[in-house]
Design a protein around this ligand. Sequence first.
Ligand SMILES: [Zn+2]
Length: 148
Amino acid sequence: MDTVSKTKRSWIMSRIKSRGTKPEMTLRRAFRGAGLSYRCKGAAIDLVKPDIFFPKAKVAVFAQGCFFHGHSVCNGFKPPKTNTAFWVNKVLSNKERDAQDDIALRVRGWVVERVWECELKKMTEEELSAYAEYVASRVRSRSHREHA
Ligand SMILES: [Zn+2]
């Protein structure tokens, strides 16, 4: 039974949209819970803009939408019936850019984490905080190494 009115629902949806994609928000919340302060605006290097990153530790995290980044494991990209060629090209070029970004970051000593939307959806709260703790431990040990 739908208890939220249609107007209220579209208001909620517009709020969600204007505040970033959902997988991104889920990760940010988990990282905050793990006591991490992150950056989510601007570029990490050159024109590469990870969704969440830790400049000192050189850790970049991308929250990948399964449609826009063409996740092959869950078959997340199903070409729409209209503008099919546009969408196929769009997703192909997104995938190419992802691969190039990974290389650009890694050659400069960054660690790259890519988390898929479908993986995040499947995670329990416990698994999510375990993942955030894993990233937090990497960030902390790499930050300290930079100081040494
Ligand atoms: Zn997926």
